[in-house]
Design a binder for this molecule. Structure first.
Ligand code: S3P
Length: 168
């Protein structure tokens, strides 16, 4: 079994995904980490040197390699749903779960972090609102199920996901 977590930056994909993987005895994979490993450099450097479109190509490449594997929880980069090709591949891998949070919650979670190039701007909250609004229809269309992560701790969210998986 595989599980795919989608959602905006700071929606909790990594921490929830790690807990979920542990609970279910699955491996935890993260597309950003896989890209950094295969490229031998940081996401921020890829954005700076080659730009966002090149990074998006790398995301699709790494996703294709995962079609040959099984038994993992995959945390995906927040922008992956923007390409229909990625969503089509998700559907061949496993159920897609959207972790959702309001822009203010996301801002509170990410404001002290510096590794996300898209949020290194003068007004990160406005940037989050703008990108989230644009992406929301893509997230909703790609998701088989969704969970609001706003007021819940990661353990509770992981349990809710497991209950949903068992009810299918
Ligand atoms: C991005 C999200 C990041 C990373 C890159 C671009 C995005 O991943 O892929 O900085 O476009 O939302 P996380 O969602 O894991 O932070």
């Amino acid at each position: 079994m595989n599980i795919i977590l989608i959602g905006f930056m700071g929606s909790g994909k990594t921490v929830v995904g790690q807990l979920l993987a542990k609970e279910l005895g699955l491996d935890f994979l993260d597309t950003d980490e896989l890209i950094e490993k295969s490229e031998g450099r940081k996401i921020s450097e890829i954005f700076r040197v080659e730009g966002e479109e090149h990074f998006r190509d790398l995301e699709t490449e790494v996703l294709k390699t995962l079609q040959d594997y099984d038994n993992f929880v995959l945390s995906t980069g927040g922008g992956m749903v923007l390409r229909q090709a990625n969503v089509d591949i998700f559907k061949t891998i496993g159920p897609v779960i959207l972790l959702w949070a309001a822009p203010e919650t996301i801002f509170a979670r990410v404001q002290k972090e510096t590794h996300r190039p898209l949020l290194q701007v003068a007004d990160p909250l406005a940037e989050i609102k703008k990108r989230l609004e644009l992406r929301l229809p893509f997230y909703n269309a790609a998701a088989d199920w969704q969970v609001d992560t706003g007021q819940k701790d990661p353990g509770t969210i992981a349990k809710e996901i497991i209950i949903w998986l068992r009810s299918k």
